[in-house]
Design a protein around this ligand. Structure first.
Ligand SMILES: Cc1cc2nc3c(=O)[nH]c(=O)nc-3n(C[C@H](O)[C@H](O)[C@H](O)COP(=O)(O)O)c2cc1C
Ligand SMILES: O=C(O)C(=O)c1ccccc1
Length: 383
């Protein structure tokens, strides 16, 4: 059945039991009801007084869309091109670690949900399920691998090579987490899921990691967890270390966590293939600049030499329109799909993504635009 431009009807068709609220606030509230406090707070909470996570959302309100009329928006194309490949939408699932704390199928369910919606899935280094198992769940659908560069560089290199072998299309190196931020809720709960061996699946299945152990993780999980805690994160890294990872792979490399225009400049200078403007959803430096505020200056510095993506605070279609109008090529979503996963596994992730895509499509059309390349700063007004 075709519903023409009644995008809502196309969405309703898939909602057998309306399990997933369409509003982000209700989605979060339902996830809170369902989950235990520890895993819920791990996902929902942020660093410090949570100023940045709040201002991530507030800052989108500073930009107002000025819609244009009579533009024939009957036929629309939401696709983009990145690194020579076509993507159906300018939306990706952000790398989110340790997803098994909200659903037993964890990353596998999210990856399947993303694949079903034609949304690329970025698998975190800190996944409970391995690079290879996640790839297997996705068939030939697009996936990227996010690297937490461990203090043992051979382990980092091994993971990058495993990702390339398993059909991942890009490597995202997260720069803002050489150590985890000060998250008051997790401290209150004394919660660190890794200490129960959740979120370390890529290490336990890594030949180089295992070669550093006296006994296999199956024989002695405590020592494996201990080693993980010693090698996770690498605060010694500097710009010149990027050369090492570049030499390990032919995949495009994106740097995630850039907020300063000078760092964007350095990223280009050191041969990054892309940048992800992000404050890690407010989970690292409380008081850090909202990502949407950092974006325009970074886009100006990069001058189209490499694609600039962004995340931190994308909740609705209008947020995506604004980010793209300010120069982002695509956006990543984090918490929204985690709540979908918590509520209904793969189906929940699918519904969250489907709603977001439909909302984006409608906002684009109602703003008088037919495709992503028509989005630019002229359509925005600063409040
Ligand atoms: C529970 C959780 C775990 C995360 N784990 C990772 C991770 O393993 N690697 C990473 O690069 N970013 C991680 N992030 C950050 C996300 O990739 C992304 O930057 C952030 O969630 C975007 O903000 P949003 O949640 O407001 O959409 C995590 C975020 C959350 C909420
Ligand atoms: O919780 C996070 O934000 C995060 O990035 C992370 C870091 C280490 C392991 C798992 C997730």
């Amino acid at each position: 059945m075709s519903f023409g431009n009644l995008v809502q009807a196309k969405v309703y068709q898939h909602m057998e039991e309306n399990i997933i609220p369409s509003s982000f606030e209700q989605l979060e509230a339902k996830a809170k009801e369902k989950l235990d406090a520890k895993p819920y707070d791990y996902v929902a909470a942020s660093a410090g007084a949570e100023v940045t996570v709040k201002s991530n959302n507030k800052s989108f309100e500073k930009w107002q869309i000025v819609p244009r009329m009579l533009c024939d928006t009957s036929v629309r194309d939401l696709s983009i091109e990145l690194f020579g490949k076509k993507y159906a939408y300018p939306i990706l699932c952000a790398p989110v670690g340790v997803q098994s704390i909200v659903h037993p199928e964890g990353e596998l369910a999210s990856a399947r949900g993303a694949a079903a919606m034609d949304v690329p899935f970025i698998a975190s280094t800190a996944s409970t399920y391995s690079i290879e198992k996640t790839a297997e769940a996705m068939g030939d659908k697009e996936r990227w691998f996010q690297l937490y560069w461990s203090s043992d560089k051979e382990i980092a290199a091994s993971m990058v090579k495993r990702a390339e072998a398993a059909g991942y299309g890009a490597i995202v190196i997260t720069l803002d987490t050489p150590m985890m931020g000060w998250r008051e809720k997790d401290i209150e709960h004394a919660y660190l899921p890794f200490l129960q061996a959740e979120g370390i699946g890529n290490y336990l299945s890594d030949p180089v990691f295992c070669s550093r152990l006296e006994k296999s993780p199956q024989e002695d999980i405590r020592s494996a967890i201990m080693l993980w805690s010693q090698i996770f994160g690498n605060p010694t890294l500097t710009w010149k270390d990027l050369e090492f990872i570049k030499s390990q792979t032919s995949l495009p490399i994106l740097l995630k966590g850039i907020l300063h225009p000078d760092d964007a400049h350095l990223a280009v200078e050191h041969g990054a293939d892309g940048i992800i403007v992000s404050n890690h959803g407010g989970r690292q430096v409380d008081g850090a600049v909202p990502a949407i505020d950092a974006l325009p200056e970074i886009v100006d510095v990069v001058k189209g030499q490499i694609p600039v993506l962004m995340d931190s605070g994308i909740r609705r279609g209008s947020d995506i329109v604004k980010a793209l109008a300010l120069g982002a090529k695509a956006v990543l979503v984090g918490r929204p799909y985690m709540y979908g996963l918590a509520l209904a596994g793969e189906e929940g992730v699918k519904q969250v993504l489907r709603n977001l895509i439909a909302d984006f499509d409608l906002t684009l059309a109602l703003s008088g635009k037919r495709n992503v390349s028509e989005l630019n700063r002229d359509m925005l007004k600063k409040a």
